[in-house]
Design a protein around this ligand. Structure first.
Ligand code: SLL
Length: 264
């Protein structure tokens, strides 16, 4: 029987950022050998840590990906013990886009229930003409977003794992010590490891949207938010225009109705 989760830390909250996304290529492609006939795209859908963030396997025990029902074995599970670089991923080929349902499972000592997320696979070029041209030239499409998970009143044991220094070891280089001694981990990256989004990404990597190499930063988050805000304004304008047209149509219908009535 698993041990009962330890006491919860009242009034405390620990949040973690991570990335959900997919990459995609046009077939044929060397990463996808012998695809079934009719399959035109190769893709990966994944849950991965922020480039300079803590190891997500600290709190993520397994991910269940639910694919479109046209896939023979639509439910795929990846356990933390089998991930490389903390990236939970599924690789597939296919012909069409669909929403992947993700179910995130946490360690037993956390006492947390599984949580759902969704990711709509993006398999076609997106963005500005320049972005699309770059994606076509590289035959490499990436669509990802930063997600946040909040652990409210975590158990004492879970909070201990979530605050341990070891969760940054995946970013560090192991420097061997003498026999029997603990190895030393040294960080050699460009930005200091942190559970928070860095203010600025390293030069040239800010929000390129080109995938694994792209660094997420608070600056890029602000860019995305301002883009979304302006898109929302445009959309609002379009909605108002449509509403105006609808009013006009309604008015004309009423007029027509009255004309018919007066004739009859
Ligand atoms: C579309 N509404 O047509 C979507 C459906 C289904 C994708 C996408 C299946 C692969 C297989 C596959 O690619 N399904 O048969 O193994 O765009």
């Amino acid at each position: 029987m698993p041990a009962a989760p330890s006491k919860r830390l009242r009034g405390q909250k620990i949040a973690r950022n991570f990335i959900i996304g997919n990459s995609a290529v046009q077939l044929p492609h060397p990463l996808f050998i012998d695809p079934p006939s009719g399959h035109t795209k190769g893709w990966r859908v994944y849950v991965r840590p922020l480039p300079n963030g803590p190891d997500i396997t600290t709190w993520l025990k397994k991910v269940q990906f639910k694919l479109h029902h046209t896939y023979a074995d639509a439910s795929r599970t990846i356990e933390s013990a089998n991930v490389k670089d903390g990236c939970f991923e599924i690789q597939e080929t296919g012909y069409g886009e669909f929403g992947v349902e993700l179910r995130l499972y946490f360690p037993t000592e956390s006492g947390e229930k599984a949580q759902y997320r969704e990711h709509y696979l993006v398999l076609t070029y997106w963005g500005s003409p320049e972005q699309q041209a770059a994606q076509e030239a590289k035959n490499w499409i990436v669509s990802e977003r930063v997600e946040t998970i909040e652990f409210n009143e975590p158990t004492v044991d879970f909070a201990k794992t979530l605050t341990s220094e070891e969760q940054f070891n995946w970013l560090k280089v192991k420097k061997g010590r003498g026999k029997g001694k603990k190895p030393e981990y040294v960080f050699e990256g460009e930005i200091d490891p942190s559970a928070l989004l860095p203010e600025k990404a390293p030069e040239g990597k800010d929000g390129s949207g080109m995938g694994a190499g792209a660094a997420w930063s608070q600056r890029y988050e602000r860019q995305v938010i301002s883009q979304l805000t302006s898109s929302e304004k445009i959309l609002q304008g379009m909605i108002e225009e449509e509403q105006g047209k609808m009013e006009e149509r309604k008015r004309r219908m009423e007029e027509l109705g009255r004309a018919i009535e007066s004739k009859g």
